[in-house]
Design a protein. Structure first.
Length: 131
């Protein structure tokens, strides 16, 4: 169920980020590079909030989970970029297909990073002994 929620959050944060990009360019007349950065930031914030509360139902500290989430996003972005470049340049694959492969790597890595790093539960391990 977490994976389905994660994918739904990804669709929503992508829509929010893209809407910010278009709005910033069309309504605010911002440069496309700045609009892209603002849109990406908005999507990352939405992703953090929804993944924290809905996908992984994390109840730990806000600031440390935010720092870990944004570290995960940064690493995943670099993995995405490396995947796209590698597949495009080494295997001479069409750029669109290379981008699609990058999205898959980003999605898988960010799910794992969210589940096991950013929003990891800190439940004590049961020893099996009665108290």
């Amino acid at each position: 169920m977490q994976l389905i929620r994660f994918i739904l959050v990804g669709v929503l944060n992508t829509a929010v980020g893209f809407s910010f990009i278009i709005g910033a360019m069309q309504l605010l007349h911002l440069d496309y590079r700045l609009a892209n950065a603002l849109g990406y930031a908005a999507g990352c914030i939405v992703g953090f909030l929804l993944n924290r509360t809905w996908t992984f139902q994390f109840s730990g500290a806000w600031w440390s989970s935010a720092a870990r989430w944004f570290a995960v996003v940064a690493v995943c972005y670099l993995l995405n970029l490396a995947t796209v470049i590698f597949i495009r340049e080494v295997f001479l694959v069409d750029t669109i297909l290379a981008q699609a492969c990058g999205v898959l790597v980003y999605t898988a890595a960010s799910f794992v990073g969210g589940k096991f790093f950013a929003f990891r539960s800190h439940r004590p391990i049961a020893t099996g002994q009665a108290s």
